[in-house]
Design a protein around this ligand. Structure first.
Ligand code: ZN
Length: 151
């Protein structure tokens, strides 16, 4: 059965760079700073041959009460992309680490290896905007960092 969402495994393997709109990251992190728990959402944009360009971020409900976890519904995200332009596809998942650091947790890595998306993790309290976000993708070996730039 064809997968309804995400990026194909073969394409995800080739993705070597992520570019994210600066204002989208700034808005996500300013919201993240207001909460003690993790916030989460989707990265929307376009997947090119080796690069993903993220033009917008949509925050959706974090469905867990656990402070250091997040749980989102792909259906919530898909609803955000329904009927939108072809350059606004769901290409990734983003969540904040309010307790600091952008290193994926063990649970993050486990989920990444099962999900065909780019994963962005933010530490909203870091001063330098370029350090506030890192991107990853699942690989056979776990999580692999994908260089990202804020534009
Ligand atoms: Zn995490």
């Amino acid at each position: 059965m064809p997968r309804r969402y995400g990026i194909s495994d073969s394409r995800l393997k080739r993705i070597a760079h992520v570019e994210i709109a600066c204002d989208a990251v700034a808005r996500f992190n300013s919201m993240a700073r207001l909460y003690r728990h993790e916030i989460c959402g989707g990265l929307f944009g376009q997947a090119y041959e080796q690069c993903i360009v993220v033009s917008s971020i949509h925050i959706v409900e974090n469905r867990t009460q656990n402070v250091n976890e997040f749980l989102l519904s792909i259906d919530d995200l898909a609803a955000r992309s329904a009927g939108s332009r072809s350059d606004r596809r769901l290409v990734g998942i983003i969540h904040s680490h309010p307790s600091g650091g952008t290193t994926p947790s063990i649970l993050d890595v486990q989920t990444m290896t099962r999900s065909p998306y780019i994963w962005a993790i933010t530490d909203p309290f870091l001063d330098e905007p370029n350090l506030q976000i890192r991107c990853f993708k699942g690989s056979g070996l776990g999580a692999m960092e994908v260089p990202c730039s804020i534009r």
